[in-house]
Design a protein around this ligand. Sequence first.
Ligand code: NDP
Ligand SMILES: O=C1O[C@H](COP(=O)(O)O)[C@@H](O)[C@H](O)[C@H]1O
Length: 499
Amino acid sequence: MKKTKNQILIIFGASGDLTKRKLIPALFDLFQQKMLPENFAVLGASRTKLSDKDFRKRAAEFLPENKETQTFAEKLFYQPVSPHETEDFKKLKKRLEKLSADQKTDANYIFYLSTPPSVYGIIAKNLCETELSKSDEFFRRLIVEKPFGADLESARKLNKQLLKYFNENQVYRIDHYLGKESVQNMLVTRFSNGIFEPLWNRNFIERVEITSAENIGVEGRGGYYDESGALRDMLQNHLLQLAGFVAMEPPVVIEADAIRNEIVKVFQSLRPIPEEKVPENVIRGQYINSTIKGKKIKGYREEPGVDNNSRTETFVAMKFFIDNWRWGGVPFYIRTGKKMPARVTEIVIHFKQVPHHLFNNSGEQGPIDNQLVIRIQPDEGILLKFRMKTPGAGFQVQTVNMDFHYSDLSEVRLPSAYERLLLDCMQGDATLYSRGDAVEEAWKFVQPILDAWKNNPNIPIYGYPAGTWGPDSSDKLIQNGDWRYPCKNLSNDGTYCEL
Ligand SMILES: NC(=O)C1=CN([C@@H]2O[C@H](COP(=O)(O)OP(=O)(O)OC[C@H]3O[C@@H](n4cnc5c(N)ncnc54)[C@H](OP(=O)(O)O)[C@@H]3O)[C@@H](O)[C@H]2O)C=CC1
Ligand SMILES: O=C1O[C@H](COP(=O)(O)O)[C@@H](O)[C@H](O)[C@H]1O
């Protein structure tokens, strides 16, 4: 087990939603698992004037009411800081010196940027100018929340700004999908088994399908989401990273740069989709009102903070290719959307047909679809679908499942993505964080789509009733309309399901 040095985590934007809903609970879990260093403190920093006591009270909102919570809360402190006030940063520095001495934490600092991205640059600048960004003796790290830019140009600008004040190896760009256990397991599945890798290429794989469906809507984040949309919010980052893990070559070693080098190579091999080809390769949709199980569900345009005439996509599906030796000619299909029938993220590897169909007229008809389904969430695990003989006379065939669920492992506890990522950063491991060049490559791929939608308002945005699998037009993207629908209990009309 790696050693975690004594340190302080400073959260900018600590009065916000992410801090109380994700960061504090993740830290509490680490505390409970005894994975925090012996001497550790959290210093919340945002403009709202709060005392340590107020901050502890807010932080406890998503924690259980017990003695452990009280002990944990004693590690939480607060300092009002406005990103533009240099005086505040001087006070912050003094407070950190005092806190390090009182809590015996040493002057190892992680600065977590959980504010609107518009102030990331000024915070980095002020940290540098107060000499908090570098130290010969102690580590100084910067975690940057998403979104990392809104397009290629702004992402480049942000990278440039941050790298003026911090070195690349100090910057941890968070993509919480990489912190998911089942995403990391993809590396192990692929590279520690002899059976998958020989098949993992264009000779045996017909297509790859990645779905990340959410049954929730924008949940009070209408203002942010309406400026963003599914392409920026999910596809440019989380889903392309998943594609990177599926498509990458084996890294030389399991270390940050070795893995990140392979991811960048995948992104560099993405075949650009020129603006004029966007309509045939990328389908966008927006949920409209509907009735599910007798309950009326609002359409996206009725959500608070959303423009009544909004043309922001809440669903996007895309077909693309990776032009390299391993994947030449294999289509990748990605789709993500809000207000879909279920919360499910999975990767489906569809294998090619057998060269000759011996059992064509026996039992199940139609093409054989051998699938390896990597379930990212919920019910993390791996499913292999293959055909076997139905017991009895003749050669009737049927498809069966070999199904592994993480929950089958006894005493297994899956850490949350934020828990894993925070601990990694505390230990100086950037493997599961995005590197600047990869983020820019991903934006480079997505940029022509943003341009096409901006420059050509005639490209349709299809409505889809809340609670369905997106617009019908997205079916035309994939061969034979053949998306996998990862659902068990379909409603009578065949559109709504629960896992
Ligand atoms: N919430 C979530 O589930 C997720 C959030 N994120 C990202 O995390 C970051 C924080 O999100 P979230 O906590 O939801 O946002 P909130 O709006 O809830 O909180 C933002 C925080 O930043 C501070 N802030 C707001 N405006 C400014 C400003 N102009 N200058 C300085 N500080 C400001 C606010 O505190 P104060 O006014 O006291 O300064 C507040 O503490 C964002 O970048 C978001 O995109 C990413 C993934 C998921
Ligand atoms: O980054 C984001 O991710 C969430 C989905 O995360 P998950 O871990 O629940 O799959 C999404 O709801 C949000 O819009 C987006 O900003």
